[in-house]
Write a protein that binds this ligand. Structure first.
Ligand code: HEM
Length: 159
């Protein structure tokens, strides 16, 4: 149960964190308030993903599943979950003010891994349970909002 719940709560937080940016550009008000909380939400969801992965490892008798080539199969949920986990590590490590100061402009580049994390985690869950409306739909909505938000920013810059 912890295994399933931690995965789902992590996914809900990912969706909120990812949607916050385009929604705050497009509608401001409530969504702007979420923006300063993205750092600790990111840390919380990473902890939940770690719990999800650790409980899975415990369930299979602490086998080093990620060393087996069959795990890295991208036609199955496993490869995508592993990819999401890997890109999550630099995101988690650099999710603090010291890293922001040290990495300067590169910090933003590292943070762009969040897009890969979002899509890989979404595909992982979709392939695990087949419910596209909880996974592929939020990714699609995010993509549309993101494009519209970029257009809005460009238009307002030109004015
Ligand atoms: C190395 C990393 C990961 C491992 C080993 C892993 C393992 C698994 C496994 C084995 C399942 C299938 C469960 C089943 O159908 O019985 C699963 C499903 C799931 N995973 Fe992961 N996962 C990883 C990464 C992630 C990430 C990054 C997220 C979310 C941010 C996530 C969220 C979920 C969710 C929500 C499910 C669906 C549970 C359901 O069937 O309702 N997982 N995971």
């Amino acid at each position: 149960m912890i295994f399933i719940y931690s995965g789902w709560v992590a996914w809900i937080i990912v969706v909120i964190v990812m949607l916050a940016k385009p929604l705050s550009i497009l509608f401001r008000s409530f969504f702007v308030k979420i923006m300063p909380h993205r750092q600790w939400l990111g840390i919380l969801l990473s902890i939940l993903v770690i719990v999800h992965a650790v409980v899975f490892t415990a369930n299979i008798g602490y086998e080093l599943f990620f060393l087996e080539s069959s795990y890295w199969d991208f036609t199955k949920y496993s490869g995508w979950g592993g990819l999401a986990f890997i890109v999550m590590i630099p995101l988690l490590i650099t999710s603090n003010k010291t890293s922001m100061r040290l990495l300067k402009r590169n910090w933003k580049r590292v943070q762009q891994l969040a897009y890969i994390f979002f899509v890989a985690a979404g595909i992982h869950i979709y392939l695990a349970n087949g419910q596209w409306y909880y996974t592929l739909l939020p990714i699609g909505i995010w993509l549309i909002l993101y494009i519209v938000a970029i257009i809005k920013l460009r238009v307002s810059k030109k004015k």
